[in-house]
Design a protein around this ligand. Structure first.
Ligand SMILES: NC(=O)c1ccc[n+]([C@@H]2O[C@H](COP(=O)([O-])OP(=O)(O)OC[C@H]3O[C@@H](n4cnc5c(N)ncnc54)[C@H](OP(=O)(O)O)[C@@H]3O)[C@@H](O)[C@H]2O)c1
Length: 188
């Protein structure tokens, strides 16, 4: 049984996820949304850690004091870098090498795998044949964006009516409303 791939993303109504290397709503902070991200991507299994896989720009979009993401194994993808950027645990040259690393060197201590951006990684993961879950925060306010989540194909993904631990209630922080959604890949 292949390992489930998880992705987590917060997107504006036009599927925008970033602007000038930051979140679109920067400098506003969505603390409860960030807590949701942290809770999802952190393992609750004793002696194990979740793996977070991200592109180079997403790594550098994280404030330096918060890198690496705590209690998680941080893998950064780059075709150019020759060594992991300072603070990152591993570097991989492509997505399949990152997954191979999880299944070999990290297999004993890795729990779940989480893709945390950016665009091309979300795309690659959504196109993968592995069982996939997308944890999407729908931000219900439009901000200016230059980086986007690919369309979530209804042929490939279904919106789950509920998911344990993920509230369906409308959220609001700093005057911004949002809601959590979970999509699962349809087995083909
Ligand atoms: N809203 C959200 O939930 C969310 C989540 C994540 C990021 N973001 C935002 O999105 C923006 C960053 O995302 P982005 O799409 O511009 O960039 P990104 O995917 O984070 O980084 C792009 C770089 O990562 C490397 N890379 C990506 N895919 C790769 C692959 N398959 N194999 C090898 N290397 C790969 C390449 O690095 P090299 O050039 O070094 O080869 C590429 O130039 C920021 O604005 C950030 O704040 C938002």
């Amino acid at each position: 049984m292949p390992r489930v791939l998880n992705a987590v993303v917060a997107a504006c109504p036009d599927l925008g996820i970033g602007h000038r290397g930051q979140l679109p709503w920067h400098p506003l902070r969505l603390s409860k949304e960030f807590a949701h991200f942290r809770r999802l991507t952190s393992s609750s299994e004793e002696g194990k850690q979740n793996v977070v896989i991200m592109g180079r720009k997403t790594w550098f979009s994280i404030p330096e004091k918060n890198r690496p993401l705590r209690d998680r194994i941080n893998i950064v993808l780059s075709r150019e870098l020759k060594a992991p950027p300072a603070g990152a645990h591993h570097l991989a040259a492509d997505f399949s090498s990152a997954l191979a690393l999880v299944e070999t060197q990290l297999s004993e201590r890795a729990d779940q795998v989480w893709v945390i951006g950016g665009s091309s990684l979300y795309q690659e993961m959504m196109e993968s044949r592995a069982p996939t879950r997308l944890f999407v925060t729908q931000i219900l306010k439009q901000f200016e964006c230059d980086t986007f989540l690919p369309d979530i194909s209804p042929d490939k993904f279904v919106l789950l009516p509920e998911f344990p631990g993920v509230t369906r209630e409308l959220q609001e922080e700093n005057g911004i409303q949002y809601r959590f959604e979970v999509y699962e890949s349809v087995q083909q």
